[in-house]
Design a protein around this ligand. Sequence first.
Ligand code: GLY
Length: 366
Amino acid sequence: MTSRRDFLKTSAGVGVGAAVGLGSAEPLRGAPAVRRSVVSPVAVASGNGLEAVATAVRNVSEGGDTLDAVVQGVNIVERDPGDSSVGFGGLPNLDGVVQLDSSVMHGPSRGAGAVACLEGIKTPSRVAVDVMRYTDHVLLVGEGAQRFAVSMGHQLEDLLTERSRRRWIEWRARMSSSDDYLTPEESGLRAPPFEDGDDYGLSLLDSHDGVRPLGTINCNVINADGDLSGVTTTSGLSYKIPGRVGDSPIVGAGLYVDNDVGACGSTGRGEAVIKTCGSHSVVELMRGGMSPTDACLEALRRIVTFTTEDRLRNAEGRPSFNVNYYAINKNGEYGGAAIYSGGRYAVCSDGETRHDDLAYLFERRG
Ligand code: GLY
């Protein structure tokens, strides 16, 4: 596998060189016997999380809480109307309504919070934090989650952008050739692409080969004390059946953090991750001694085994979808893996924010 590393120099690596091993120097008489600083801060995220990992490492290096650090990181993407897989501008469900899922886990306090099918709030990860901090519950869904969010001061907003609405209108028109919605070809009307070349996803929809955009952001961080936190947030599967919940807000599936062991999160087909308790599996495999990358690969093998449905397998009998895991262990070692080759994940460590290649089970063909 050719290694590709895109380096983006940032100011995020404040903690570089902070690695101080226990017993690396003879303690001075009268000095504290145990140094708390055991690792250099590291953050990993899905490929769309370059700014997120830089933000997370910068925040923990300045002494910020690990959960606040990763949530501030993913908030950048949640608020970005240009990312159609998360938060504001995320692609909507079948009815044209954006429904968001998110979960958070705070390693030091063993806290967890989540929301699912949340409508009208740009930053579901912040609502998940409020569920964790201000309720006795872990998961709130739908209308109840929204009412809770409003009660906590979150702003209700229209999450559809002109781009995401146009994409959904196109999708709806192409759903059936016998309904009353006209495709651009049938109507003879087609909006020109946006100035930046975005064609509303028409190139994808034109093929109408069943490919549906699915994106998410997961971000995990470890600070110099070895404390971990993680967050996963998404608009889920585009054009999903209203009410569908993916893996992102399911603790143990789209995210899991055990402050004694490590943190993991996922992106990709949520149903496969839920069925295999994906992120929890990765953390348990790391507890058993596997490296983060090997643990991710082993959890992906379980997904392959669990994929028995013909409709979900390609001609080679392999999954016709992809799943990605991103993990950090208690020592600050990190890795990521996918079912298929070609993916990258975002890393901030040792003064660099960059994309690293994901390990993988199978070469992607075609
Ligand atoms: N992994 C995101 C989802 O399936 O909704």
